[in-house]
Design a protein around this ligand. Structure first.
Ligand code: NAP
Length: 172
């Protein structure tokens, strides 16, 4: 079946997405949004992101990329290339029979870097923080992506200001 690949990411203003083990902020509204955006979809993630979550997310397939041929974890669909991930994700969607066609590029940094060029859309939460961290989201080429949605969320107590952005691939 034909599927669409959508990157879902929360990124700081300096493009940092995590410290390598975990996220660097807590945005309750964003967790809800991620759940809405991803429910019923395969999540394609790196083994380090799987480790940081620690369990399969309900209602979604957890497709985990690793180079380790012996790695396995309960609830994870293990793959060794992005191509294999996309095939397994498409097969999982076909099995569900829900009509859903989106697969989610779920991170982290290595997996966004590898898969962004194949994405049809990006659902981004941009957070007004500049933490230090090794995991980053790649630069977006403005010639290839159009911003089609922007919702601003003001700072509230400990929760920093952030915005929800949608980018769609520009027609060539
Ligand atoms: N803010 C967000 O939206 C967001 C989203 C997701 C993750 N994160 C954060 O990002 C950080 C993790 O990102 P990361 O870049 O360090 O790691 P990652 O992308 O989650 O995972 C990297 C791992 O994926 C596997 N891998 C990478 N390329 C591969 C390939 N070509 N073929 C097969 N396997 C491959 C390797 O696993 P093996 O080592 O097992 O071989 C590699 O160590 C964490 O801090 C996490 O919290 C943030």
């Amino acid at each position: 079946m034909n599927t669409k690949l959508v990157a879902v990411v929360a990124m700081a203003s300096n493009r940092v997405i995590g410290d390598g083990d975990d996220l660097l902020w807590h945005l309750p509204g964003d967790l809800k949004r991620v759940k809405q955006l991803t429910m019923g979809c395969p999540l394609i993630m790196g083994r380090k992101t799987w480790d940081s979550i620690g369990r399969p997310l309900p209602g979604r397939a957890s497709i985990v990329l690793t180079r380790d041929k012996n790695w396995q974890a309960e609830g994870a669909i293990v793959v060794h290339s992005l191509d294999e991930a996309l095939h397994k994700g498409a097969a999982w969607l076909a099995e569900q029979g829900t009509g859903e066609t989106r697969q989610i590029l779920f991170g982290g940094g290595q997996i966004y870097k590898m898969g962004l060029a194949l994405c049809d859309a990006i659902e981004m939460t941009e957070v007004d923080l500049a933490p230090i961290g090794p995991a980053m989201f790649p630069e977006i080429d403005a010639g290839h992506w159009h911003e089609t949605e922007r919702t601003q969320v003001p700072a509230d107590g400990d929760v920093p200001a952030h915005r929800f952005l949608r980018y769609e691939k520009a027609a060539n």
